[in-house]
Write a protein that binds this ligand. Structure first.
Ligand SMILES: Cc1cc2nc3c(=O)[nH]c(=O)nc-3n(C[C@H](O)[C@H](O)[C@H](O)COP(=O)(O)O)c2cc1C
Length: 400
């Protein structure tokens, strides 16, 4: 797991560093926060501790802390982000001062550094601050912002800290991460649903969740904020993803409808039950005294169809079609009926592909009639291909 050391200095935007820490955590990073003494007057270290799950370092000589925190934090970091960066810390960095834990760590680290300056307009305009920033840029320090707008001091102008989502993007770019889905929110569904018959039995299916989980991980790797709505599966929950666990098709529908509202992309990889028992027996159904058992089933809601109809402008909807015959025709028909943009069609009758397997052989069927038949490949690879296609669809939507 990559480690981000976030240095929080004593600017009013220190509260935004809480959201920034959360965003790094959601992207699967280990986050360690160093606060300057002045910053602790603006936000409490306990907030960062709760968000990151790590102790927050303020003093170099704190009882119980590592004896040489400035060195261990400097070495742990894959990237040091200073947000907000006050005029003071910028000046100290430019001149090599090391009089507190943050400035000393910044001097000791070999990791790349990203700073997000934030200050009053006149402090930012000051020749000293301008010169200090030039020195830092010349040394290869990455600078993001500041932006123009209304400042906390009541004045208007340049000096606002760049929003956390953009600082995160800049950080991901420095770390060489795929940022094609940065700033996008995506929803992925995974696994099968369980329709209860009685307190101990249910109607389920063979979906393992592997495809949906691979899609969620691949989206996160491309920089997206990911919500994964999952039926019961045996796959380990991935880090950096909002995971919502559901059981029945009705639970899945409720969560998808709620969570999809502000998403740019919805990928329905879950195998949602098509039918559910008309009624649920409150007691376990006994075998004794029965010749047989007939279950009456009713169709469940058509989640993909509802999504296709009620989607917000520009939202991309991707469905999965698991077929045992007439793969391409059935997938194209399903795509038209549901109003999806892309259908991932897989022939689940091929041995070693589809349900519960690590590989999948699929064809991608597009709304404009294109069909891309793919070879058998690991689910992670197929997931990356699906996102390649989704990125292209998002870009063509943006261009319109
Ligand atoms: C409420 C408040 C808000 C402040 N906001 C900023 C700011 O946004 N940017 C800045 O450079 N200094 C700001 N300052 C001044 C710094 O806190 C001060 O220069 C301090 O010495 C910075 O120390 P540090 O860089 O070690 O945190 C603020 C001071 C106060 C009292």
């Amino acid at each position: 797991m990559q480690c981000i050391v976030i240095g929080v200095s004593g600017g009013i935007a220190a509260y935004k560093a809480v959201e920034l820490s959360r965003q790094f955590i959601l992207h699967g990073f280990d986050v360690k926060v160093i606060m300057t003494e002045h910053a602790t007057h603006l936000v409490g270290p306990a907030t960062f501790r709760a968000i990151t799950g790590n102790n927050v370092s303020v003093s170099m000589f704190a009882e119980g802390s590592a004896p040489m925190q400035h060195i261990s934090l400097a070495r742990d970091a894959d990237l040091v982000v200073v947000a907000p960066a006050t005029a003071n810390i910028i000046a100290k960095m430019a001149h090599g001062l090391a009089d507190d834990l943050l400035s000393t760590t910044l001097l000791a680290t070999r990791a790349p550094i990203l700073i997000a300056p934030a200050m009053n307009l006149d402090m930012y305009r000051h020749t000293a601050t301008r010169a200090n920033l030039e020195i830092l840029r010349g040394r290869g320090v990455n600078v993001v912002g500041p932006e123009s707008g209304s400042l906390a001091c009541g004045e208007e102008g340049e000096g606002r800290m760049t929003e956390p989502a953009r600082i995160l993007d800049a950080a991901l770019e420095i770390l060489g991460h795929d940022t094609r889905l940065s700033g996008r929110k995506v929803l992925v569904t995974a696994g099968g649903t369980r329709e209860p018959i009685d307190p101990v039995r249910y109607i389920g299916n063979r979906s393992s969740g592997k495809m949906g989980y691979a899609l969620a991980v691949a989206a996160r790797h491309a920089g997206a904020r990911v919500t994964l709505i999952s039926g019961p599966v045996s796959v380990e929950p991935p880090g950096g993803i909002e995971l919502i666990e559901v059981e029945t098709a009705a639970d899945m529908r409720r969560e998808v409808m709620e969570k999809s509202k502000d998403c740019d992309v919805v990928v329905m990889a879950a195998a949602v039950a098509d039918f559910t028992p008309v009624s649920l027996s409150e007691e376990k159904i006994k075998k004794e005294g029965r010749e047989g058992l007939t279950l009456e089933l009713v169709p469940t809601s058509d989640i993909l169809g509802e999504l296709g109809k009620d989607r917000r402008r520009g939202q991309i909807v991707v469905g999965f079609a698991a077929e045992t015959e007439g793969l391409l025709e059935n997938a194209a028909k399903k795509l038209r009926e549901k109003g999806a943009d892309l259908m991932v069609a897989n022939d689940v009758s091929i041995p070693g592909s589809g349900f519960d397997s690590d590989n999948n052989k699929a064809a991608l069927v597009f709304a404009d009639g294109r069909v891309l038949e793919l070879d058998m490949m690991p689910k992670g690879e197929l997931a990356a291909k699906v996102w390649d296609m989704v990125v292209a669809l998002l870009e063509s939507n943006d261009a319109q």
